[in-house]
Ligand binder design. Sequence first.
Ligand code: NAD
Length: 300
Amino acid sequence: MGKAQIIDGKALAAEVLGKVARATAELKQGHRLTPGLAVILVGDDPASQVYVRSKGRRTREAGMESFEYRMPEQTSEEALLEQIAALNADPKVHGILVQLPLPAQIDAAKVINAIDPDKDVDGFHVINAGRLMTGQKALVPCTPRGCVLLARQARAQMSGLEAVIIGRSNIVGKPLGQLLLNENCTVTIAHSRTRDLPGVTRRADILVAAVGRPQMVKGDWIKPGATVIDVGINRIPAEEEGKTRLVGDVDFDAAVHVAGAITPVPGGVGPMTIAMLLRNTIEAACLQTGAPLPAVLEGI
Ligand code: NAD
């Protein structure tokens, strides 16, 4: 059997980030507009700290302004809402991201819905979810947006294709279903109660796994030639004692012999998420100031 095309998310993310930097330079020069992204981290979850640090670095590298707010684990919901209100009112801040998960005393939905929808660069606000669902202009969640760009690397034309997404979360599965519907795919969203999951996934021309279960999707769940996008990030023990490694939701070593194209983990969907976040920050800055979205961002 042949080997699938490996869709290089790192390279594609670098290309997007290059375009984001060009768009930022254009807005600074032509419109005296420096897009600004504020990231709020509550508590000291180590993974979240890593994400927040790299978001800040990438934001600055792109020439944008980065504002970081670190709040203690015991922060009250009220204090966080006050911080968001201040950022909503700050004209230098065009994007606001609250790093999830939040501590138990804080209602995440309430916090997300307190963000000005035009500054909601994660696209999680109900207004943006509703706009996406009804075909209106919306800020779209970053990971699903990245998945579509990755799929396009292998499938320039998606119209009429069967797409199966495993996972129905608000941040990945559901918005991705909408985006693939917009690409004119026939979309199935499978989940933990789906009957005969391998039978369902074998129909997919485009198969997306967003579950959080290491190597769940086996080679024989995949239609030969399918495009496979692996969103999962799972840490498992490595062969070497005491060490761990990252794997996706797809059994890559088996899938690579069946699929037509596949994203690796790491180096697939992961790097695309931050790139799309910065792209969304530029869109938000344009939305708020009336500046035109730079042409270099067309199609991404
Ligand atoms: P989630 O836990 O919110 O949702 C998981 C979904 O999987 C649920 O809808 C559930 O119905 C479904 N599911 C659970 N068990 C199943 C089973 N046995 N069979 C079929 N479906 C099942 O997760 P999420 O936030 O959507 O994230 C999913 C994965 O993607 C995680 O590994 C997460 O780390 C990763 N992720 C990666 C990025 C990235 O940037 N690469 C971004 C977000 C999430």
